[in-house]
Design a protein around this ligand. Structure first.
Ligand code: MG
Length: 181
């Protein structure tokens, strides 16, 4: 019989695996803060953390994270078959599937998410740099891009909410239809 996996089980697995792979919610929130604080001087770390948690509740993001972290872990243990093992283990620059999976996950959060993802992929801000640095036997070929994806989505979410708030404060009322996620 086909087992229906509950959302809770998936959420728990994502949180647990991120922790096992050395990524905290705070690490991701710091990137979001760096991306969005220039546009929003009142932004608090707490808002960034909140936004990260909301993005991590999205099923498609959770699935992408599970796939990526699994492939990284299998490559770390040498359990993939060749030539995929060598491609993932070496973080081969022309491999591209890591970026494609991560880019696909930001699309639900609109153009700000896409452009922020491109920026983070290039600049390797915060923990992304640490993950991208090929230290020891760790493989983070997928995870660095996926963290950029979560941070970019959470940044876009904040940008849209900030505008909603501005409009509300100006007496124009909330426009929930315009808000991302
Ligand atoms: Mg990568």
């Amino acid at each position: 019989m086909r087992r229906q996996v509950s959302s809770q089980e998936i959420s728990d697995a994502v949180r647990r695996k991120l922790h096992e792979r050395g990524v905290s919610m705070h690490d991701i929130a710091e990137i979001v803060y760096e991306m969005q604080s220039p546009y929003n001087p009142d932004l608090r770390m707490e808002d960034c953390l909140d936004s990260v948690l909301m993005v991590l509740r999205k099923r498609e993001m959770q699935h992408a994270l599970l796939v990526g972290m699994e492939l990284d872990t299998l490559a770390e243990k040498g359990l993939l078959s060749e030539p995929l093992q060598s491609l993932v283990q070496a973080d081969e620059p022309l491999f591209g599937c890591d970026e494609t999976l991560a880019l696909g996950s930001v699309l639900g959060y609109g153009s700000i998410a896409v452009t922020t993802f491109g920026h983070l992929d290039k600049e390797k801000t915060g923990i992304i740099r640490r993950l991208d640095t090929k230290a020891g036997s760790h493989v983070h070929t997928f995870l660095d891009d996926l963290i950029a994806s979560v941070a970019a989505s959470a940044s876009s979410r904040i940008a849209h909410r900030f505008r909603d708030k501005e409009e509300e404060d100006n007496g124009n009322g909330p426009n929930h239809a315009a808000s991302a996620g």
